[in-house]
Design a protein around this ligand. Structure first.
Ligand code: SF4
Length: 273
């Protein structure tokens, strides 16, 4: 028997679908995990773009982005999500240089002086039954026609066709949150893949929002059931090579019941270092 969560975010929904066992370790047992270079770099780039968009629209040029980048780098140099990566000086330089190249790539995709943003890093929450759905919207904007647009920056690669729908499911989540909290469904949701320069645009509809609530409710019921039975099965896949919980995963010969003691002992000393 495990405590049933009372809230879900898009990433948690997808995490449960990707591997219930990893979801148990991370979201039910809340075991610590070491930071990953990919996630930290993504957060850094998001911070740069947030700082850039805090500037008046007409001042959002590459020079302003450089100032934002310098501020974000200063913040991250002392952030445990970066310091615990323990990168050698050359690797740290490459890390920051790559983050800057992603910011430059952003400028090749759109002109930020033309964006009428009305919200940055917006935290929204809405109820579905007794479950709270939570999400953070990178950027909410208003078109000249008065329509809402949600933009989500991605620092990884664009998904293949097979995975596109699951990524868009997360995006429809934001659409649902906008509808519930702001009273309007966005006209479009855009995923900007900075590394490849691709933008995937989805047009939410009443059906897609309904599908989202049905899907999320089904996932939550499955989470509830797994909490009651303790049956969180490992699902091997692309995430396994980078999964911090592999030493305790039964699919790799590990003993999940040892994770509660061993994972904090292995990862928390890093955090205290
Ligand atoms: S190693 Fe793979 S199967 Fe095991 S918990 Fe991690 S993601 Fe799931």
């Amino acid at each position: 028997m495990y405590p049933v969560p009372t809230s879900l975010s898009p990433s948690r929904v997808e995490a449960f679908l990707s591997c219930p066992m990893a979801f148990r370790f991370a979201s039910i047992e809340r075991l610590p995990e070491p930071p990953s270079p990919h996630a930290t770099k993504g957060s850094l780039v998001h911070r740069v773009l947030e700082l850039l968009f805090m500037q008046p629209a007409l001042q959002r040029d590459l020079a302003a982005a450089d100032v934002a980048y310098q501020q974000a780098v200063a913040e991250y140099r002392v952030d445990p999500d970066f310091t615990l990566l323990d990168l050698a000086p050359a690797a740290a330089d490459a890390f920051f240089a790559d983050a800057w190249s992603l910011v430059q790539a952003y400028f090749a995709m759109e002109d930020p002086t033309t964006v009428r943003d009305i919200g940055l890093e917006l935290r929204l929450e809405a109820q579905v039954g007794s479950l709270a759905l939570r999400g953070i919207i990178d950027r909410l904007e208003l078109t000249p026609e008065g329509e809402l647009i949600v933009t989500d920056y991605k620092t990884g690669r664009a998904p293949g066709q097979r995975y596109e729908q699951s990524r868009l499911a997360g995006v429809h989540f934001y659409s649902f949150l906008c509808q519930e909290v702001l009273g309007r469904r966005p006209a479009a949701i855009r995923l900007m893949y900075l590394r490849t320069g691709e933008t995937i645009t989805a047009t939410p509809s009443a059906q897609s929002v309904k599908f989202l609530t049905t899907r999320t409710t089904a996932v939550w019921k499955a989470v509830e059931q797994a909490c009651q039975t303790g049956d969180f099965r490992p699902k091997q896949g692309a995430l396994c090579p980078s999964c911090a919980f592999q030493p305790w995963c039964p699919a790799f010969g590990g003993q999940p019941e040892l994770a509660a003691v061993e994972a904090p002992a292995r990862f928390r000393p890093l955090a205290a270092a």
